[in-house]
Design a protein around this ligand. Structure first.
Ligand SMILES: [Zn+2]
Ligand SMILES: [Zn+2]
Length: 510
């Protein structure tokens, strides 16, 4: 076991992040200081050796890496609208002018929450060097803003659609230099996988820290994440390449006999606690829905039979979507780094995403939310949806929907499914005016009855329309989107009631 140099560290316990974030953070900072001399090459070599020793020939790690990549892209795409909203809402000055102590408070909340999502994210702090030194972040609010604005396109001429080929990484001179060196040196699959995983987790962690920090600073709800459950059972304490006895000896050396016992016990309890919350996730990165039911998700037969690889889907739609965008290249076959190193399509590109997105001085145009590059019909000049009436305050999502519809008045609504965007246009001359009347009232006044009728209408019309399911625009997707646009939490119930009323009267149409 001793023929290679491991880099064993006793990492601060993840379970203390939220319990005692001040102590947890200072433990991390002490550790960061200790390993500032560890080079990227040492980190990569150590983790590559562990990977090479995996019993299943890295198959699980490859799949896991592909999942990390997909979730990094999904995170960046999800953060993009927040970024636009924050930056056009004057966040920069509020943040830099805030008292350093206030900034510190929110950064600590950001750090501890981001690190509490999952153990691999928590431990990725080891790859962030001095990035997260509290005093440095507090003194200079600019760093957090720099991370945030790295999501504003175009940076280096990139477009949002480019994220689907390669996500945004947070630049770092040391890691970047090593990555360049690795490209030239003909690295092995395990070395590529090790570096890839480190870089993805590092950026993921930083983006989550930015997300939680700024949400906390703005007084918004902190998001929660479901962590996928992996079928392979591992000892939580042992990195794959290390013998259990090595770890025990090392822990005893660091903490003494009773200290080591307590450390192991505490970590084990925390691990068991986390496992309880883990759920099976749909493999399709455009969905990733957690399984909350009692039945297991069905798995891909060929992957299971050939490779004992559990690839599960929540639905046939997701399996079809994943097959087209990704799975067909890897199904039932041994994986290589190249076959998993692209996030692949989290969803198909819309015409809009192919068009460049510009940041202007007046504010930022939102990412996947600008005009179609070539609308099928020239848009009319007069806005088709009027301004808000009275003191109705529109959500940023609703404002975006209205801007898009006003630019492309041939559409009645735009629903963003997990695979495609569905540009809904009713041909029915009788239905359209009624729908639009309802839409106008909902969008200008926030009238709840109108929103519910409109949602009901969209569900009803979309179910019957061809291709809706393939586009991923199911009633659940529609209602979930409208719920967010109109900040209408009980919309599901309201739509259900409409449906019940309709069932009782077969002649009633939405
Ligand atoms: Zn799914
Ligand atoms: Zn398969």
């Amino acid at each position: 076991m001793a023929q290679y140099a491991q880099v064993p560290f006793l990492l601060p316990g993840m379970h203390t992040a939220l319990q005692d974030s001040v102590k947890w953070n200072s433990d991390w900072e002490k550790l960061t200081n200790q390993f500032k001399h560890v080079s990227p090459a040492q980190f990569v070599q150590s983790s590559a050796l562990q990977l090479a020793l995996e019993s299943d020939g890295m198959d699980t790690s490859m799949l896991q890496y592909q999942g990390f990549l997909g979730s990094l892209v999904a995170l960046e795409l999800a953060l993009a609208p927040d970024t636009v909203r924050y930056l056009s809402g004057g966040l920069q000055s509020k943040w830099t002018e805030a008292d350093p102590a206030v900034r510190e408070k929110h950064i600590l909340i950001g750090l501890s929450n981001a690190c509490s999502i999952a153990k691999n994210l928590h431990d990725a702090r080891i790859y962030c060097g001095r990035d997260f030194q509290l005093s440095r972040l507090r003194a200079n609010g600019e760093i957090v803003l720099e991370w945030l604005t790295s999501l504003v396109m175009p940076a280096n001429g990139r477009k949002y659609s480019d994220l689907l080929d390669a996500p945004n990484y947070i630049p770092d001179p040391v890691w970047d230099a090593y990555a360049e060196q690795q490209k030239q040196s003909g690295a092995s699959d395990s070395e590529k996988l090790a570096l890839g995983t480190i870089l993805v987790l590092r950026s993921k962690l930083i983006f989550h820290v930015v997300q939680y920090t700024l949400k906390s600073f703005m007084g918004e709800d902190l998001p929660t994440y479901n962590v996928p459950k992996f079928s392979k059972k591992r000892n939580p304490q042992s990195a794959a390449g290390l013998q259990k006895s090595d770890i025990e000896a090392f822990t005893k050396m660091m903490l003494g006999k009773s200290g080591a016992k307590a450390y192991v016990k505490e970590n084990k309890a925390a691990w068991q606690d986390r496992q309880k919350d883990r759920k099976e996730h749909c493999t399709f990165v455009g969905c990733m829905k957690a399984n909350t039911g009692t039945e297991k998700y069905p798995r891909c037969k060929k992957c299971w039979e050939n490779m004992k690889r559990e690839v599960v889907y929540c639905s046939t739609q997701c399996q079809v979507a994943d097959w087209k965008s990704n799975h067909k290249q890897v199904c039932g076959k041994p994986l290589s780094f190249d076959s998993v190193s692209k996030p692949k399509l989290t969803r198909a590109r819309t015409p809009e995403e192919k068009a460049p997105i510009h940041a202007t001085e007046a504010g930022l145009h939102s990412p996947s939310m600008t005009v179609p590059s070539t609308p099928p019909n020239p848009p009319s000049r007069a806005p088709v949806i009027g301004p808000a009436i009275g003191n109705y305050k529109r959500s940023p999502l609703l404002t975006t929907q209205i801007e898009r519809l006003n630019r492309s008045p041939q559409y009645d609504y735009i629903i963003t499914g997990p695979v495609h965007e569905n540009f809904i246009a009713y041909p029915d001359d009788e239905a359209r005016p009624r729908f639009r009347k309802c839409r106008e009232k909902a969008m200008t006044t926030g009238d709840r009855e109108s929103i519910a009728i409109m949602a009901h209408f969209l569900c009803w019309m979309t179910i019957g329309s061809e291709g809706a399911i393939e586009l991923g625009t199911t009633p659940n997707v529609i209602v979930a989107q409208l719920k967010k646009e109109y900040l209408f939490d009980e919309l599901h119930l309201a739509v259900k009631e409409m449906q019940q009323r309709q069932n009782m009267d077969p002649f009633r149409r939405p």
